[in-house]
Design a protein around this ligand. Sequence first.
Ligand code: SPV
Ligand code: MG
Length: 284
Amino acid sequence: MSKATELRALLSGDRMVRTVGARDGLSAKLVQEAGFDAVWASSFETSATHGLPDASLLTMTQFLDVAEAMNLVVDLPIVADCDTGFGGPLNVAYAVQRYEKRGIAAMSIEDKMFPKMNSFAATAQHLVSTEEFVQKIQAGKQAQESGDLLLIARTEALIAGFDLDEALRRAHAYADAGADAILVHSKSRNPDQVLGFGARWDRDVPLVAVPTTYPVVSEKDLYEVGYRLVIYANHGMRAAIKGMRATLADLARSDSAAGLEDSLASMAEVFALQNMPAAFQELA
Ligand code: SPV
Ligand code: MG
């Protein structure tokens, strides 16, 4: 069974599909090891890993290579964050063909204008018209070879300051255009927007939530109003930054690395994560 088919089966199951953001093969492996269902190949994390803002700076092939690096080393399906789809409908169609060939289970495209800026940046956000985004969805769905790959349509209507009516109007159009799921992004500090959207959602198309600014929401509450996929988009990377900062600050204050061992993963742990042949895992 392809990973896309597995993800489809999970989404029509009777529980929330739980996804965590990653930026490379190693972080994807840690997501898998912790027991989650899928890996979010986050544009925010991937950009940050390059030391760059999440602002459409990297190319489609750079994002694709990262998604593939993950896909090759985990059994979990990859949900690839494809930002605005890398351009217009033709770019979306091309991206779908390329991602599908590399075995990526799902792609998410959002209705912001290219170049996009991260949804939480202190800036005005501009959306493409509903019609333009519908064309992207249709182009993407027509381009895929098998019916399996999931194309997630993400509306940034709430991020851009529109109300629930506009978010719903767009989401209906995207579902009608063939989107396999609808991601409703919100930067509200509480889950009311996202829960309110779900309460009014009347289609048989699963909803996706990204509870970054409203972490208090429970998966149970999201599930009850139609969310089937939850994405903890950047929690692994933020934990890694905090841990690495603290350890490096300790090292900077010290004359040796002697005091650090307790805060470090062992070499053996890294070897295991690298899938080193067992014979090589004996430490020198
Ligand atoms: C990402 O993880 O890249 C996302 C989620 O798209 S957000 O950063 O909230 O836009
Ligand atoms: Mg992103």
